[in-house]
Design a protein around this ligand. Structure first.
Ligand SMILES: [Zn+2]
Length: 430
């Protein structure tokens, strides 16, 4: 559960990609240059042809491997949950917590700490493959093992804090409200989620990366002008040192009122052409202006309430069958946590295509907004190619529907070229 919470936290859309593979294009390919015989399909294909075959094969392999990881992550986590229940390790951790203290809330907290440590240790082999070795294999990671482990330790502390707060809250509700716990549990989880979304960029991001204010007016002026023209009250542009961990480029516009800020990572700043940077910032501003974060929060509310309704039914059903065997006393017993996590991750797994489609739909909207705002279709095509370093450029439609949380690179270039074609005779268009 804490893992999916953290995943939701990282709502800000990660744009682009790896250093060595994809070309950094500074000239527009011939068929994509403005002309009186400009053809959208031919222009799109010309951009696609800029990608070397070896780079395409590499990013296809990386991304398609990711499809299987969705399944392996789910199965591996499910096996851990089933083991903790079947071997009564979960009940054992509860017994241990009860021997240490007689305060019930402290017993619950201790259990949660034991549980999070246990799943972190048991989950480590897959986590280290997925987060370290596989990223290095595809040239996307920049960290050596020591600093990577340092980040994992920090993430563990954050998980303990968030998991501890969420767990204590939910058990307090379940123990007091025997019949309506699922409604109030959903409400509490939703509010914690919203707090994390609001505070995440301001308080959690600096735990892992250094954020500095950019002072180069050559970079910041065009971005701030674009922001102000679109009604975004930003005064500064910030930079994160994402190159500490990865070669991926990214940017976001986050927060509101006093926490409102535009941030881009140093990979985008180093590798992106000015047109590319502007097109990416236009996209990010689209998320902000189109209120995507609030729409996402509404979606999350629907998902959380449905999940709790399903939990109420499926927990009762499971306890009736296996409760005695797993030595779980009742729904207020902390030993039940692996069962709740198992049921929750099963729902999340089934929901994968819906989640992706919800996100992808907003990304398409932000793409359209960004093209209109920045008027940089060629910069956007460059960005889509950089992005293709860790995403498959041209999937089939079903594949895109199930697995893509952003439009495919091909579709993004096609949109950019279509915009270009329709604006060829408009003053100010490229
Ligand atoms: Zn986005």
């Amino acid at each position: 559960m804490t893992r999916s919470l953290l995943a939701l936290l990282l709502l800000s859309c990660t744009f682009l990609a790896a250093q060595q593979t994809m070309p950094t294009i500074t000239t527009v390919p011939a068929a994509a240059q403005a002309s009186d015989h400009f053809d959208v399909k031919a222009a799109t294909d010309a951009w696609m042809a800029e990608i070397p075959a070896a780079s395409k094969a590499r990013s296809d392999a990386y991304f398609e491997g990711g499809y299987w990881l969705v399944l392996w992550d789910f199965l591996y986590g499910a096996v851990i949950s089933v083991l903790l229940l079947q071997l009564c390790w979960s009940a054992g951790m509860r017994d241990l917590a009860e021997r240490i203290t007689r305060f019930r809330w402290l017993q619950t907290f201790l259990y949660l700490v034991f549980y999070i440590l246990a799943i972190t240790v048991l989950g480590f082999p897959l986590a280290v493959y997925e987060g370290y070795f596989r990223e290095h294999q595809y040239g996307l990671a920049t960290q050596t093992f020591g600093p990577w482990m340092g980040d994992q330790a920090k993430a563990l502390l954050v998980n303990l804090l968030i998991g501890g707060v969420l767990g204590l809250m939910l058990f307090a509700i379940v123990r007091r409200l025997k019949r309506t716990w699922w409604i109030w549990g959903a409400v509490a989880t939703f509010f914690l989620q919203v707090v994390l979304i609001v505070l995440g960029p301001v308080f959690l991001q600096p735990i892992f990366n250094k954020i500095t204010r950019l002072d180069d007016p050559k970079v910041t002026q065009p971005i701030l002008r674009l922001a102000h023209a679109n009604g975004i009250p930003a005064k500064d542009v910030y930079e994160t040192d994402a190159s500490r961990q990865t070669t991926r480029m990214s940017a976001n516009v986050s927060g509101f009122a006093g926490t409102m800020r535009i941030t881009m990572n140093d990979n985008l700043l180093k590798r992106g052409s000015p047109e590319e940077i502007l097109s990416v910032m236009g996209h990010e501003m689209g998320h902000y202006v189109l209120n995507h974060i609030y729409k996402e929060v509404l979606y999350i509310l629907v998902v959380i309430v449905s999940a709790f309704a399903l939990l109420r039914w499926s927990i009762g059903w499971s306890l009736e069958r296996w409760g005695a065997k797993w030595r779980i006393r009742d729904i207020g017993d902390p030993a039940i946590v692996p069962l709740v996590v198992l049921l929750g991750t099963l729902m999340a797994f089934v929901l994968t295509p819906i989640d992706n489609t919800q996100t992808r739909t907003q990304e398409i909207e932000a793409d359209m907004y960004g093209l209109n705002a920045s008027r940089q279709p060629d910069g956007f095509a460059q960005a889509a190619i950089h992005l293709g370093e860790y995403r498959k450029m041209k999937p089939g439609p079903v594949e895109e529907w199930i697995f893509f949380d952003h439009p495919s690179g091909y579709n993004r270039i096609y949109s950019a070229m279509r915009w270009k074609a329709e604006n060829l005779n408009t003053p100010g268009a490229n």
